[in-house]
Design a protein around this ligand. Structure first.
Ligand code: SF4
Length: 686
């Protein structure tokens, strides 16, 4: 018997934990702790511990499928490539769109945007960061010049005050939560604001339950209190920032007095006062947020407000400080870095910059690429498909499942049905793949080499542990073969992912100094501009990444969510995840150790609300919004704020996104998953 241990990086959340895949006779059969792993030091959460269980699932796709007369028929790779090349070749560039994948490697994401821009010549390339942290990328880039976590995971433990706003860190990024625990052991105060009394809230020194969608009001209120007491960091404001007076003009309004903010948010005045005191009084404070901040029609405003608070208190550019957005998927940071966004090439180089376009064309060996304009985002693509059928006629979706993950899935379904030609590349036949004309079987993380970039900008290796099942192939190889089939053999002639990475490093300033040989075992934090550079765990130490080096205060007024409760839909619905499942469940629901812990969806209802509605715990109720209805078991609990309800979005049997609202942030185009109006009713007995 041949047993091997292959160190690699977890395929679930953006923490980027390392572990060993245990391989017996060529097949992965277990996960073992890798004590040397740089982020997690050998510790794992349940998803990482059982990250081997789906790999050899009997449901894996093993052959290309082509739909004929409404049914999938197995095909050869040649047949599939010929059909795709012929159909893609028949459309104009604007008639096509591509979705890349935050679960694929950096190399694969880089190739996907290269394929979209250089082969299809379409500007329409995006991925699921649009649904989670598009507002972070836009918001932090506007104020700091860089749209990523400012400090490292380990650095959080240096903090003396940790403010967690809109992040259930202990369930969703458990190995980052260890840094919060360490900070607390070092004397830090922990403040958690969340509409639910989550496992994270349970660890707090101060828990502030609040009504979803009131974040800007809360942050403005805290800033007013700090300024009123003269606790702002005057030196930092004078030397490192601009537009402070503009901020002050807004946050000092009567609207943001603690009394008013308390009425808007539901947080007691005393709690707000204590939070302001702890944040301003700490030697160094950090703010951690996640999708509770970003998934709003005011997502960019929310993000900018977090930056306002931390600049006001001088908590940028030093250990234990920072604005730290925790990214969702394992490689969502990398997919953004690689340019799978409609406005930028890799390294956030603008698609409208002529110099950059020239550089890319030279590097790619092509005479023309997609027009110099910003293409459609994921959410805009879905709107165009339904509102203007025929404008986008063909799509190529790699490793995404919008039929469960996107808001208002009836709308997504209508859009996908309006497509003339859809290619889906994935490891399982997902809900979205069911709508495809061609399905391409892909390799999973354990079956290929590559790199991914975690939430703290650390680039790390994936290493191949076993062969893909049947005829499945790594995404990078499929894209290259398809590129060659469409006449770009030379431009996609890579022998292996390392060659792709070398091209990434050559054209991407923040990755210039990174190479495979430098990544073992600790990885490197970008920016890493030269081969000698040690990487940058903490950003903005001396100056911000703006032309004048100054951070920009943004005066932001609070706006309520796009849809607020009324007589017909009297509650706020918010959605999220649970520790045992991952996004649309394609992997975790095929991992029995995880699935058995949380096999069905539910709606969380506050005890008093349930009593008024006459609903009992575990009773199946009907939840409805203006988009649709689902029947779902009730979980009656005091651990959610009265007036707010919560549904995890993993379950196809109880699809939360049948209810969610497709209203978008005007800048980031991120949907408002965290607040819409809902009603809940008893189901009449037959
Ligand atoms: Fe994987 Fe995230 Fe869990 Fe770490 S914390 S083991 S990266 S799911």
């Amino acid at each position: 018997m041949d047993i091997r241990y292959v160190s690699t990086t977890c395929p679930y959340c953006g923490t980027g934990c390392g572990f060993n895949l245990v391989v017996r006779d060529g097949k992965v059969f277990d996960v073992a702790h890798w004590q040397r792993a740089p982020v997690n030091g050998g510790k794992l959460c349940p998803k990482g511990r059982y990250a081997h269980e789906f790999i050899n699932s009997p449901d894996r796709l093993t052959k290309p499928l082509i739909k004929k007369e409404g049914r999938f028929v197995e095909a050869t790779w040649d047949e599939a490539y010929d059909l795709i090349a012929e159909r893609f070749g028949s459309y104009k560039p604007d008639e096509m769109a591509c979705l890349s994948s935050a679960r694929a490697s950096n190399e694969e994401n880089y190739l996907m945007q290269k394929f979209a821009r250089a082969v299809l010549k379409t500007p329409n390339i995006d991925h699921c960061a649009r649904l989670c942290h598009a507002s972070t990328v836009a918001g932090l880039a506007a104020v700091f010049g860089s749209g990523a976590m400012t400090n490292s995971i380990q650095d959080i433990s240096e903090s003396k005050c940790v403010f967690v706003l809109g992040s259930n860190t202990f369930e969703q990024h458990p190995l980052i939560a260890r840094s919060i625990i360490r900070a607390r052991q070092g004397g830090a105060k922990v403040i958690v604001a969340d509409p639910r009394y989550t496992p994270t809230a349970q660890q707090a020194d101060l828990y502030m339950p609040f009504i979803s969608g009131t974040d800007v009001a809360i942050l403005n209120g805290l800033m007013q209190e700090i300024i009123r007491n003269g606790r702002e960091d005057k030196e930092f404001i004078a030397q490192r920032t601009k537009d402070y007076e503009k901020l002050k003009e807004v946050v000092m309004k009567e609207t943001y007095s603690l009394e008013n903010v308390s009425k808007i948010s539901g947080i007691p005045v005393e709690s707000l006062r204590t939070a302001a005191e702890w944040i301003a009084g700490a030697e160094v404070a950090t703010l951690i947020y996640s999708m509770g901040i970003t998934q709003h029609t005011t997502g960019v405003d929310n993000v900018k407000s977090t930056a306002n608070l931390m600049m006001l208190t001088g908590n940028l550019g030093k250990p234990g400080g920072g604005v730290n957005p925790l990214r969702g998927q394992n490689n969502v940071q990398g997919a953004c870095d690689m340019g799978c966004l409609p406005n930028v090439f890799s390294g956030y180089q603008k698609v409208t910059d002529e110099e950059v376009r020239k550089k890319m064309m030279e590097a790619w060996g092509v005479d023309d690429i997609a027009e110099a304009r910003v293409g459609y985002t994921v959410t805009e693509m879905m709107n165009v498909l339904t509102d203007n059928p025929g404008e986008i006629r063909a799509m190529y979706i790699m490793g995404e499942n919008p039929m469960l993950s996107d808001p208002d899935i009836q709308h997504v379904e209508e859009g996908l049905r309006n497509l003339e030609f859809l290619v889906v590349q994935d490891i399982f036949l997902t809900e979205t793949a069911g709508f495809a004309d061609v399905v391409l079987p892909a390799a999973c993380y354990a079956e290929k080499d590559g790199t991914q970039t975690n939430t703290e900008r650390r680039v790390q290796r994936w290493k191949k542990a076993q062969d893909p099942p049947g005829e499945a192939k790594p995404d990078w190889q499929i894209i290259c073969e398809l590129g060659a089939r469409m006449g770009y053999a030379e431009q996609f002639a890579y022998e292996n992912p390392e060659e792709v990475f070398n091209e990434v490093a050559a054209v991407t300033p923040s990755y210039h100094g990174i190479s495979y040989s430098r990544l073992d075992p600790d990885g490197l934090h970008w920016p890493c501009p030269t081969a000698e550079h040690p990487g940058t765990p903490i950003l903005h130490r001396e100056k911000f990444a703006m032309p004048d080096g100054l951070g920009v205060f943004s005066p932001i007024e609070w706006k309520p969510p796009a849809e607020v409760p009324d007589a017909e839909y009297p509650f706020v619905l918010t959605t999220g995840r649970v520790i045992w499942q991952w996004h649309t469940g394609t992997m975790t629901r095929r991992s029995w150790s995880l699935e058995k812990e949380a096999p069905i969806g539910w709606i969380e209802i506050n005890t008093e609300d349930a009593k008024e509605l006459g609903i009992k715990d575990q009773e199946v109720v009907r939840a409805s919004t203006r988009r649709g209805s689902i029947d779902i078991p009730a979980r009656v609990t005091p651990e959610i704020v009265k007036g707010v309800m919560f549904i995890p979005f993993h379950y196809r049997e109880h699809p939360a996104n049948r209810l969610t609202h497709n209203a978008l942030d005007p800048i980031a185009k991120i949907p408002e998953f965290k607040a819409c109006a809902v009603k809940v009713e008893k189901i009449a007995e037959e």
